[in-house]
Design a protein around this ligand. Structure first.
Ligand code: HEM
Length: 405
């Protein structure tokens, strides 16, 4: 029997960024504990292993970073903390994402989506990411954080540069953007202390937090700046990518697209299955705190391990016929928002934003097409999505109808 080509998983390889799923299939089948010597990481790709490792935070620690390089480990972000510190910090932010608070945002999200799409009426083609997918989540997160209107474009610009520098040595322009974004958001946090409003950061200022010694304390300025940065960043590029990945999923599966257009009640399923079929976050990095042996391979202590949710979500052991985008698939066990202690705090918000974005777009343009060569993928660390998506549109006859009502 002839041996197949050598199995190499390099997440920065352009061909893999373009389509990682063939290499994911080989990882799951041939090397479920894969070792990349050059980039110095191990990768777990089978659903069951990824789930188990996510739940075992004592063995698979986040404290040394969640990317391959782990540069973000030096920041005070929630995502790079282990319990008990993580538990304390998460308790500060979690109350901001109650179902009541999130569902109260739906009218704002719908109105913003309409305000972004309506000026495009009459165009034959437009840039879906720049004009819509990237802007909607930034307005939503800006609303939550009460970021002044005049700063929103600058924040979109800086956050885009920071995101494009993720996962490799940032260019001088990207490094300056990262500093600029931090300064801008920390300054906003301290302004907010002087003039509190009804936004999330103002709420955080007045919410006592557990001091870890049985008492409570008030959060400091630097801590508030961090929460600002964390929410602005976590809630922006990820949602933008899910919106455009969902559009691509519907494009490649016209039968499912027709079903969604005919029955908007299927939109939540369309979002959920898009999150499985092409999730924005493809892996979460961890570092072993002890030696682990799995499938006959021993991972030594203090080594980087990628928990590859992108590969796990295409594991036929859990999701039969995984390459098919299928609105009837049971998805209770999917891991597109991670799992366990660090599971995404903004998942309800992200689901709602994506559902409303699809609904408002489909209401206006049920028959869009991709412009030839108009889809360009972004390489942004563990994030997968589009940086450009040129669509050609044929407006629906008559005035836009809201799909669901
Ligand atoms: C489709 C959109 C989104 C996706 C795919 C996504 C995905 C994820 C994933 C996979 C994690 C776990 C990371 C890990 O285990 O290392 C995570 C954590 C997190 N997400 Fe999201 N996210 C999305 C949207 C949002 C939004 C809208 C917000 C807030 C406004 C948000 C806030 C957070 C925060 C604060 C964490 C850290 C939680 C912790 O460490 O305890 N995310 N997200």
């Amino acid at each position: 029997m002839r041996a197949g080509p050598e199995l190499v998983y390099d997440p920065y390889d352009a061909a893999i960024v373009h389509n990682p799923f063939p290499v994911y299939a080989r990882l799951r089948d041939e090397a479920p504990v894969y070792r990349n010597e050059q980039l110095e990481f191990y990768a777990l790709s089978r659903y069951a292993d990824v789930v188990e490792a996510h739940l075992d935070y004592e063995t698979f620690s986040s404290a040394k970073g969640v990317t391959i390089e782990g540069d973000e480990a030096a920041t005070p972000l929630l995502i790079v903390k282990d319990p008990p510190e993580h538990t304390l910090h998460r308790r500060i932010v979690a109350p901001l994402f109650t179902p009541r608070r999130i569902s109260a945002l739906e009218p704002f999200i719908r109105q913003t989506a309409a305000e972004l799409l309506d000026p495009l009426a009459g165009l034959d083609t437009f840039e879906f990411v720049d004009e819509f997918a990237i802007r909607l989540p930034m307005h939503v997160i800006s609303e939550l954080l009460d970021i002044p209107l005049e700063l929103r474009d600058e924040i979109v610009h800086l956050a885009g540069l920071v995101a494009s520098g993720l996962g490799r040595d940032a260019s001088p322009e990207e490094a300056v953007a990262a500093k600029g974004l931090t300064v801008l958001l920390v300054e906003l946090a301290s302004q907010r202390r002087r003039q509190p409003g009804s936004d999330l950061v103002s709420l955080l200022m007045t919410t006592p937090v557990d001091d870890g010694a049985g008492g409570t304390r008030m959060p400091g300025d630097a801590e508030l700046g961090t929460r600002f940065l964390e929410l602005a960043f976590a809630g922006h590029e990820t949602v933008a990518k899910l919106i455009s990945n969902a559009i691509i999923a519907l494009k490649w599966h016209p039968d499912e697209r027709s079903r969604v257009v005919a029955d908007p009640g299927l939109l939540p399923k369309a979002v959920e299955e898009a999150l499985r079929w092409d999730p924005p976050s493809h892996y979460q990095g961890r570092t072993t705190t002890r030696e682990v042996t799995l499938h006959g391979v021993t991972i030594p202590a203090d080594h980087r391990v990628l928990l590859m949710t992108g590969a796990a979500l295409h594991d036929a052991r859990e999701f039969p016929d995984p390459e098919r985008y299928d609105l009837d698939r049971p998805l209770e066990r999917h891991v597109g928002f991670g799992l366990g202690r660090h599971m995404c705090l903004g998942s309800s918000l992200a689901r709602m934003e994506t559902r409303v974005a699809l609904e408002e777009f489909l209401t206006r343009y049920a028959d869009w097409e991709l412009v030839e060569g108009g889809a360009v993928r972004a390489l942004q660390g563990n994030l997968r999505g589009l940086k450009q998506l040129q669509v050609s549109v044929t407006p629906r006859a008559g005035r836009p109808q809201t799909l669901s009502r």
